[in-house]
Design a binder for this molecule. Structure first.
Ligand code: ZN
Length: 179
């Protein structure tokens, strides 16, 4: 009974928002969040070129490693610049590439629901009209500043950014158990 209640979306949930969109929110379990972030990271590391883009991908690469069950973010909380239309377009390109299952052969598990998460999140981002001012807990970082080179060093095994917290695909604490 307990497991069923949790699985149906009780307390263990992470919320990804894009306030302003008409497409709702993405609520994911902890395992679902890991899968979602793995898929976005695998695609993002292939496409990111500018400092801003790399900082965005690092957000996903380092996401949900600390504060499990309370993660997720509102798109409006990111440090968008005057070039936000191009930045939004980049995120959509990342999601499009993720939906081609880019890099999924590196996953240690079968992600049956990842395509649904990506499809729903892409609709949210696509329908998001523009950044709105939100209260953030701390001063926003400036993502036009390149991240530390060590964060961008690729994992020798998986090729993705190692980030601040190490390669997420090598982290057995977050990888869903096989099967
Ligand atoms: Zn790795």
């Amino acid at each position: 009974m307990v497991a069923k209640a949790l699985a149906s979306g009780g307390r263990v949930s992470n919320t990804f928002q894009a306030r302003g969109t008409l497409e709702g929110e993405l609520h994911l379990s902890n395992g679902g969040t890991d899968v979602f972030l793995d898929a976005v990271t695998l695609a993002g590391c292939v496409l990111a070129e500018s400092a801003w883009e790399r900082n965005l991908v690092l957000l996903f690469a380092d996401g949900h490693r600390i504060g499990r069950g309370t993660d997720g973010f509102d798109l409006n909380s990111l440090p968008w610049t005057a070039d936000w239309p191009a930045e939004k377009a980049f995120l959509l390109r990342v999601l499009d590439l993720a939906m081609t299952r880019r890099g999924w052969e590196l996953l240690a598990y079968d992600p049956p629901f990842a395509m649904d998460y990506l499809h729903r999140y892409r609709a949210m981002v696509d329908g998001w009209p523009a950044p709105i001012a939100v209260v953030t807990p701390a001063a926003r970082e400036d993502w036009r500043v390149p991240p530390p080179p060590a964060y961008l060093a690729p994992c020798p095994e998986h090729g993705i950014y190692q980030g601040m917290l190490g390669c997420r695909l090598c982290d057995l604490n977050i990888q869903p158990p096989p099967g």
